[in-house]
Design a protein around this ligand. Structure first.
Ligand code: SAM
Ligand code: SF4
Length: 486
């Protein structure tokens, strides 16, 4: 039978205006270090639990891994649901309005839990928290701690401090992630190569939530990849808002370009696959494109964000490239790596987008024939330039444009995927297929989901003969003769 929940928090009455944090009783560093490494069976009666709900992009997924790693080093264990957790955390996103709306619904649930169990702690981290800062506490008085994306480590400070006041941590401090990460899959790892963004895309809230771009030292990054490779990671994804500008802010003697960083990561034993996100068409250079042809571990996939096919809209978006420059990058990719998968991000309904502008996006999508795309309805974000622009597009028109774009993207992706039928592709096995658990699921180097019949173990590289392809997935069976060496 599960032991009774320990009382970790001293109860205090909650005043209307000041939201108070419950003070931890077992929080000295010595107490916590005693918990570290204690077998779960002994630690069970005293271990606190946490639950993290993550919204948004891969960067946020990775920040959540760091939150989890940090909490486990403090002796917390992951709970299966919010209802069972002593510490209920949300890692938030503010990129689009619907992310805000989903979060508000989740917070409503946390509020109910907190009403029934006032000793629970509710924390809100990430971009949305950063975008509204202290307003979090006014709008959601049951929240105990709020912190921006660069402030994950402050959560530990809060949890181990004696402060009784609700606290917000919203300073930009560059890269603060020398925290341990708890990876969702032990064979896949994310490594953040830079934080922040120096671009000023008119629609985007990221520069105000994640600050100016700061690159991490290349030597430190290589050591981190080496460490996770020793730990079993064979596929690493390098993360940055603009990976192509990586290193430009580093001092001369430490500087490495993104292409150089890729080469150094490629040379690390045990790393079979390298991916990255996001590149920026304005900074995408030939050396990086060539690296895809030359470095064995660098996958044949580039997620090259378009945003709009109209140069006039791109200009108003302040993307600093034109339709022609973008198509020139696509041509360069196809020249050096003809089979490279190309995916993209597109926004429809940016203020002032005319029918003719949108038609240019459609023709570009038709001509490029992407392997896949994330398509977004433009959503005005507080504090961004675009939110104040005239000629906001009516919602119905945005939806109609989105549907037309999705039709083109999917049709072209389906056509393009047929090139894999009859081929044998390398697949990294991720687990059972979501639609048919008797089959397996994994990803090809081109980042296609592959459902297949076979015997491969999770984390293993296997060869799969592809028999069918849709716009999103490939299907086939494992080629027994050509199993890749583990
Ligand atoms: N730094 C990356 C880039 O430049 O592509 C990714 C930024 S953002 C996290 C991911 C995508 O969200 C963007 O590529 C863009 O398509 C979309 N996005 C950002 N702001 C948006 C907004 N206000 N409305 C709709 N989509 C938006
Ligand atoms: Fe946002 Fe533009 Fe920076 Fe991407 S490059 S994070 S879209 S400002």
């Amino acid at each position: 039978m599960r032991a009774e929940r320990p009382t970790f928090f001293r109860r205090r009455s909650q005043s209307v205006a000041v939201i108070e944090k419950r003070k931890l009783l077992v929080t000295s560093k010595q107490d916590l270090s005693k918990l570290r490494g204690t077998p779960p069976s002994y630690a069970w009666p005293t271990v606190r639990t946490y639950h993290v709900t993550t919204f948004g992009c891969q960067m946020n997924e990775h920040d959540s891994e760091r939150m989890k790693g940090m909490l486990e080093s403090l002796g917390y264990m992951e709970a299966e649901s919010q209802d069972q957790a002593d510490l209920i955390l949300f890692n938030t996103c503010s990129i689009r309005e619907n992310a805000d709306n989903r979060l508000t619904a989740y917070l409503g649930h946390a509020k109910r839990i907190k009403r029934e169990h006032p000793d629970r702690i509710v924390g809100v981290g990430g971009c949305w928290a950063q975008s509204i800062k202290e307003e979090v506490f006014a709008r959601f008085p049951f929240v105990d701690v709020a912190f921006g994306p660069g402030q994950v480590h402050k959560l530990a400070e809060f949890l181990t401090s004696d402060s009784i006041t609700a606290q917000g941590f919203f300073e930009f401090e560059g890269f603060t992630g020398r925290l341990p990460a708890k990876r969702a899959r032990e064979f896949q790892g994310w490594v953040q190569i830079s934080v922040g963004c120096n671009s000023v895309c008119a629609y985007c809230i990221v520069p105000s939530t994640r600050g100016r771009e700061v690159s991490r030292d290349p030597g430190e990054l290589v050591s981190e990849v080496r460490r996770i490779a020793d730990d079993g990671v064979r596929e690493v994804t390098l993360l940055g808002q603009n990976v192509n500008s990586y290193g430009r802010d580093l001092p001369g003697d430490e500087r490495a370009s993104f292409a150089e960083l890729l080469a150094r990561v490629d040379a690390i034993d045990g790393i079979d696959r390298i991916r990255y996100t996001s590149p920026h068409p304005k900074d995408m250079r030939e050396d990086v494109i060539r690296a895809h042809a030359e470095l064995p571990a660098l996958c044949e996939h580039i997620p090259l964000p378009l945003q709009s096919g109209s140069s006039a809209v791109l200009k108003r978006m302040r993307r600093t490239y034109t339709r022609e420059r973008y198509l020139d990058r696509v041509a360069m990719i196809r020249e050096h790596v003809p089979d490279c998968a190309l995916t993209t991000d597109v926004i429809v309904g940016f203020p002032g987008e005319s029918d003719a502008d949108f038609a240019q996006t459609l023709t570009l999508a038709e001509d490029v024939a992407y392997d896949g795309a994330f398509t977004f309805i433009y959503s005005p974000r507080r504090g961004t330039e675009a939110a104040t622009l005239p000629d906001q597009i009516p919602h119905e028109l945005k939806v109609e444009r989105l549907e037309r774009l999705v039709e083109v993207i999917q049709r072209r992706a389906r056509e393009r995927a047929q090139r894999f039928v009859g081929r044998t592709v390398e697949v990294l096995v991720e687990g059972p297929s979501r639609t048919d658990p008797s089959r397996l699921r994994g990803r090809s180097r081109h980042n296609k989901v592959v459902n297949f019949t076979g015997l491969g173990a999770v984390g293993e590289l296997v060869q799969v003969e592809v028999t069918r392809a849709t716009s999103q997935t490939l299907s086939g069976h494992e080629s027994i003769l050509s199993r890749a060496a583990v």
